[in-house]
Design a protein around this ligand. Structure first.
Ligand SMILES: Cc1ncc(C[n+]2csc(CCOP(=O)(O)OP(=O)(O)O)c2C)c(N)n1
Ligand SMILES: [Mg+2]
Length: 351
C-alpha cells in the first residue's frame, strides 16, 4: 500500500502493489489498510496523507516499523522498531527471510488483494474512458478531471517528463491515477496544501544543472495563486508545460462541503477567465486550448511540447455530480464535522 508520496517504489502492475491508500486512496489500497493483521511500515512519516486517514489499521495486531527517524518509528503502539538506514535494514531482513517459510494463509490473502486490485482497475478504467459530460458552466460536454488527467499523465510517461501535482482535486485525482514504475516521476506537495506548488516546482527546474522536462498539473484556483511563474519561467529559461484543469471552482472544497453539509457554498464563481489569452500575453509563453475531447487534448499536448520553452494548456473540465467525474473517497478524513467520529474509532483501535 502506497502513500501519495511513494508512488513508483514498486512497479504499478506488481501483484503486491495495492496502489495508494488513505482518505482518497483506492479500493485496493484501503482494503489492505483495513484488513492487514501485520503492518510493516517502511519510512513513513505517518502524516495525514500517509496513514492517519482513519482507515488504517483497524485489524493490525502488531507493527514492524523500519524507519530512519526515531519518532516516526515509534508512531504506533505494539511496535517492533528497526531504526536505521532502510536499505541496509531491508537487505539484512531479506537474507533472513530467504530461509524462512511463508505463513499458511499467504496465498489466500494475496488472492483477496488481487481481486480488490482488479475491482479498482475496472473502476478506474470506466472513469478514464468516460466520454465528455455536459457541463453547466461550459454549456457543452467537457472531459471530466480523471479522464483529462489520465491523458496528460500518459503523455508525460511517453515523453519521460516529471509530473508535479498541485493541491486540490487535481492532486487527489492525480495520485489515484498515476501508474508509475519507478520513483521520481511524480511529485505532490504531500499534504502540505500548498496551492501553487506545481507551477513553482516547474520553475525550480530552471535552476537544475541537468533540467528535466516537467509537466505541472494545476487547478484554476491553484494556478491563480502563483501566475508570476509565467514571467519568471521565461526569465529563467524553463522548459516545461503547465496544464490548467479549469472547473471554475475550488472543487476539492466544494466536494467536502457537499459530503459534509449536502451543499456547496461560495467555492465557485461566474467569472470566465481566458487562460490562453492570459498566459499568451506573456512574451515567450506558448498558450493553447486543450479542447473538449480526448483527441483534441492529445493534439494540444503535442503542440505545447513542440515549443522549446514554457507552454500552457487550458483544459476546461466538467464538474458536477456525475458518477464518472471523480475517483471517489475511500477512507475517513479527519476534518470538519467528521473529526469526532474518526478520532473515536482511531482511539478505539489502540494501535
Ligand atoms: C493558501 C490555501 N488556501 C486554501 C487551501 C485549501 N484548499 C486546498 S485545495 C483548494 C482548492 C483548489 O482549487 P483548484 O486548484 O481549482 O483545484 P480543484 O480542486 O478545483 O481541482 C483549497 C482552497 C489551501 N490548501 N491553501
Ligand atoms: Mg478548480
Amino acid at each position: 500500500m502506497l502513500s501519495p508520496g511513494s508512488t513508483g517504489v514498486l512497479p504499478d502492475a506488481h501483484a503486491q502493489n495495492m496502489h495508494v491508500g488513505g482518505s482518497k486512496g483506492s479500493i485496493s489500497g484501503n482494503y489492505a489498510m483495513a484488513e492487514a493483521d501485520l503492518l510493516i511500515v517502511i519510512g513513513s512519516r505517518a502524516v495525514c496523507q500517509a496513514d492517519c486517514s482513519g482507515i488504517g489499521y483497524k485489524s493490525a495486531q502488531a507493527v514492524i516499523n523500519i524507519n530512519g527517524d526515531l519518532a516516526d518509528a515509534m508512531h504506533y503502539n505494539r511496535t517492533l522498531a528497526l531504526v536505521g538506514d532502510i536499505t541496509a535494514v531491508a537487505e539484512r531482513l531479506a537474507i533472513k527471510l530467504e530461509t524462512a517459510s511463508t505463513s499458511a494463509n499467504k496465498s489466500d490473502w494475496l488472492a483477496a488483494c488481487a481481486a480488490k486490485k482488479a475491482e479498482w482497475g475496472a473502476y478506474k478504467r470506466a472513469r478514464f474512458e468516460a466520454a465528455p459530460i455536459r457541463d453547466d458552466v461550459w454549456q457543452r460536454p467537457a472531459l471530466a478531471q480523471p479522464a483529462a488527467i489520465k491523458i496528460v499523465a500518459d503523455f508525460a510517461r511517453e515523453i519521460g517528463a516529471a509530473k508535479f501535482f498541485d493541491a486540490g482535486d487535481v492532486q487527489a485525482n492525480g495520485f489515484q491515477i498515476v501508474e508509475d514504475d519507478k520513483t521520481g516521476d511524480t511529485f505532490t506537495e504531500s499534504g502540505a496544501s500548498y496551492m501553487g506548488f506545481a507551477a513553482s516546482a516547474l520553475l525550480a527546474s530552471a535552476l537544475a544543472d541537468n533540467p528535466r522536462y516537467g509537466i505541472a498539473f494545476t487547478g484554476d484556483g491553484s494556478f491563480m495563486m502563483n501566475p508570476q511563474i509565467l514571467i519568471d519561467g521565461i526569465e529563467h529559461g524553463v522548459r516545461g508545460m503547465i496544464v490548467i484543469f479549469d472547473n471554475r471552482r475550488m472543487a476539492a472544497i466544494t466536494g467536502l462541503q457537499v459530503a459534509q453539509y449536502g451543499a456547496g457554498f461560495r467555492t465557485n464563481d461566474g467569472v470566465a477567465v481566458d487562460y490562453v489569452r492570459l498566459a499568451g500575453s506573456v512574451s515567450g509563453v506558448l498558450a493553447v486550448h486543450g479542447g473538449w475531447t480526448a483527441d483534441e487534448l492529445k493534439r494540444a499536448l503535442k503542440a505545447a511540447y513542440a515549443h522549446d520553452g514554457l507552454s500552457v494548456v487550458h483544459v476546461p473540465v466538467y464538474c458536477g455530480e456525475h458518477e464518472l467525474a471523480g475517483l471517489g473517497a475511500w477512507g475517513q478524513w479527519n476534518v470538519g464535522n467528521w473529526c469526532e467520529d474518526v478520532q473515536r474509532t482511531w482511539m478505539e483501535q489502540d494501535l
